[in-house]
Design a protein around this ligand. Structure first.
Ligand SMILES: Nc1ncnc2c1ncn2[C@@H]1O[C@H](COP(=O)(O)OP(=O)(O)OP(=O)(O)O)[C@@H](O)[C@H]1O
Length: 608
């Protein structure tokens, strides 16, 4: 085992780099740093897998700096090192860590002659959403940056600029490499790597990099050394930090939200992160929890929400506010905040919905218990098949125990009463709930672990109640289901037409839509009556023009029906407005009659 004393590193660190790490409070190297820094500072490509919070950022930041300090080629307009991260938040964090080390360089800002190679290193952040790429190129040339840290899309655009040279790139780092090598980033990443010189050092870092082994060749590594830093020992080897205590609870869908509230009220923490499956769920639950807060949660708790559909400005602001919040705080988020984020005060991570793949569980849970601190992780699962997820996690070397089920007697009923009251105050809230429900169903249909997260066992009604719906949305997934309430109503005798929007403009618009719909229905009725009257007249021989007109009319009617159906289906797509009452009504009638027609046949519920 390598010594963990910074002074024992060979070759020794440049003195101001050594000062920097000591001043940052890092008395000794972490195990991953002790193993990786000598290799990556030397001539080795590395593939590094070490648990969350084990200090991988410093393990690549120091070799980048040392390598660039030992080359003579870092001059204006040329990139010396590139770090790629999958999210803007993570890229920003890495950029800050590198900058905090670079702050220890000696010399005056702007003192050097720009035409000559310089040893004063500078870094630059390149992410979408903040500035445009031309401005980034100008900053790059003005500041004489050598290390660029960014997300794949912006980095590719940036290096496509003729003013940016990559031919002298010395080091490439892919942080959260397995995520970057996934299909989603495939083409962009290949586009970047194709443009980089082959003579370079490459480092791949992640808590779960080994699963992406088949993809490593794409990153252009040359005889890489694989460094795996494990926790625990022998058969007790773990994929989560030893200081992280992970547990699960099995609940009905309706108990999940009351249980979350109970956790937030009773657990001990400074900061908690709660993970949901979709952006729409974060939007809805944030709205519900922050509005019901004083009735069900302590008023002192600050609630934040972060998801990928937020514009960059609010996204950065929310994260910064959560990080700097001095009161007890909870962040409701999606997997956009699952990897890499380092917020030392996070004591607890709650996975309200299980993630779409098992590795994501490790990354989410790893936002707590960083750098040797104690932390807790809670996973909520629905009763039934989802319980098999526990075995899968154990196979993945996650030590997990069953948590005590929170006692929800009385609290459950009280909560849903409050939720319903709040929901009825504004129709917009129900729209949000419908969107969240639809997005969750869609998430479930696309789950990668289909043997555990089975659509055929999905509790459509239970989740609809859990989301506080008054009526099920008309969505294709419900088409062939038996036992649904008539018309999809969860709330008996509810007058949907009298359910109004609080926002007067939105309500006005709804009233206009209702009137337009009524006018259309009346016109269609009048048309069909006049048609049937025309039919009653004896048909004249040799009147091909009328037959032609009738055929044309029928064609038009068929076409308009087809269009309506297409609109109804499109409207329940994730992220779009939910169907209006009338369209829901039409769609529900159609669904019910189709179901009745199919009742005799034994059709499988879902084609899995
Ligand atoms: N040598 C050290 N001694 C003490 N703390 C350290 C040391 N190196 C890094 N840390 C701290 O450890 C924490 C986690 O580091 P880092 O974010 O690099 O982890 P990581 O391994 O990249 O985690 P993840 O896999 O979640 O991205 C940070 O707060 C960092 O300041």
């Amino acid at each position: 085992m390598a010594s963990r004393d910074w002074n024992q590193l060979s070759p020794r660190l440049t003195s101001w780099v050594a000062d920097a790490v000591q001043s940052m409070g890092y008395a000794k190297m972490t195990p991953v740093q002790a193993s990786v820094i000598p290799l990556f500072c030397g001539n080795k490509d590395v593939v590094v897998e070490a648990v969350t919070g084990s200090g991988k950022t410093i393990a690549f930041a120091i070799p980048i700096i040392e390598r660039l300090l030992n080359t003579s080629l870092v001059s204006r307009g040329r990139i010396g090192a590139m770090v790629i991260a999958p999210t803007r938040e993570l890229a920003t964090q890495i950029y800050k860590v590198i900058n905090s080390i670079l702050a220890f360089q000696g010399g005056e800002e702007g003192a050097e002659d720009e035409s000559k190679p310089t040893k004063r290193l500078r870094s630059q952040l390149l992410i979408g959403g903040a500035s445009n790429v031309n401005a980034d190129v100008e900053t790059f040339l003005d500041n004489n940056s050598h290390i660029v840290v960014g997300t794949p899309g912006r980095l590719l655009e940036f290096i496509k600029s003729p003013k940016v040279q990559v031919s002298n790139l010395e080091v490439l780092v892919l942080d959260e490499a397995d995520r970057l090598l996934e299909l989603g980033f495939g083409q962009t990443l290949d586009g970047i790597i194709r443009r980089l010189p082959k003579q370079r050092r490459t480092g791949l870092f992640s808590a779960t990099v080994s699963d992406a082994v088949g993809e490593l060749a794409r990153a252009g590594l040359r005889n890489p050394v694989k460094v795996v830093v494990k926790t625990g020992n022998g058969s007790g080897e773990q994929k989560v930090p030893t200081t992280l205590h992970v547990s699960y609870t099995v609940l009905t869908p309706e108990d999940k939200l009351p249980a979350l509230i109970e956790y937030l009220n009773t657990l001990t923490y400074k900061k908690t992160i709660v993970y949901f499956a979709t952006c729409a769920s974060v939007v809805y639950f944030y709205s519900a929890l922050s509005n019901l807060k004083s009735s069900v949660i302590s008023d002192e708790l600050s609630i934040f929400s972060l998801h990928g559909k937020l514009p960059q400005g609010p996204r950065t602001k929310t994260l910064n506010n959560f990080i700097s919040s001095s009161s007890r705080s909870v962040l409701l988020t999606t997997d956009v905040a699952a990897r890499g984020l380092d917020i030392p005060e996070v004591d607890i991570v709650i996975q309200f919905d299980a993630p779409y793949e098992a590795n994501m569980f490790l990354h989410r849970a790893g936002r707590a218990a960083r750098a040797g601190r104690y932390g807790e992780g809670y996973l909520m699962l629905s009763e039934g098949r989802e319980e098999d997820y526990i075995e899968l996690l154990r196979v993945k070397k996650v030590k997990i125990s069953e948590a005590e089920r929170p006692s929800l007697e009385k609290k459950r009923a009280k909560f849903y009463k409050l939720l319903r009251k709040w929901m009825l105050e504004d129709r917009e809230r129900h729209d949000q709930a419908v969107k969240a429900y639809v997005s969750y169903v869609r998430f479930y249909t696309k789950h990668t672990m289909t043997s555990i997260f089975r659509m055929s066992e999905f509790d459509f009604l239970g989740y609809a109640r859990a989301y506080g719906l008054l009526r099920l949305p008309s969505m294709p997934e419900l088409k062939t289901l038996e036992g649904l309430p008539e018309g999809g109503w969860l709330e008996k005798d509810f007058d949907m037409s009298a359910y109004t929007y609080k926002d007067s403009k939105r309500e006005e618009q709804r009233q206009i839509e209702i009137k337009e719909k009524e006018a259309k229905t009346a016109a269609a009725k009048a048309k069909s009556e006049s048609k049937s009257k025309a039919k009653e007249k004896p048909s004249l021989p040799n009147t091909p023009w009328s037959a032609k007109a009738e055929r044309q009319e029928k064609r038009e009617e068929r076409h308009s029906k087809k269009q309506k159906r297409a609109i109804a289906v499109a409207q329940v797509k994730v992220g779009e407005e939910s169907s209006s009452d009338e369209e829901m009504e039409d769609d529900w009638k159609k669904m019910v009659s189709e179901r009745k027609a199919k009742k005799q046949k034994t059709v499988p519920v879902f084609d899995l």
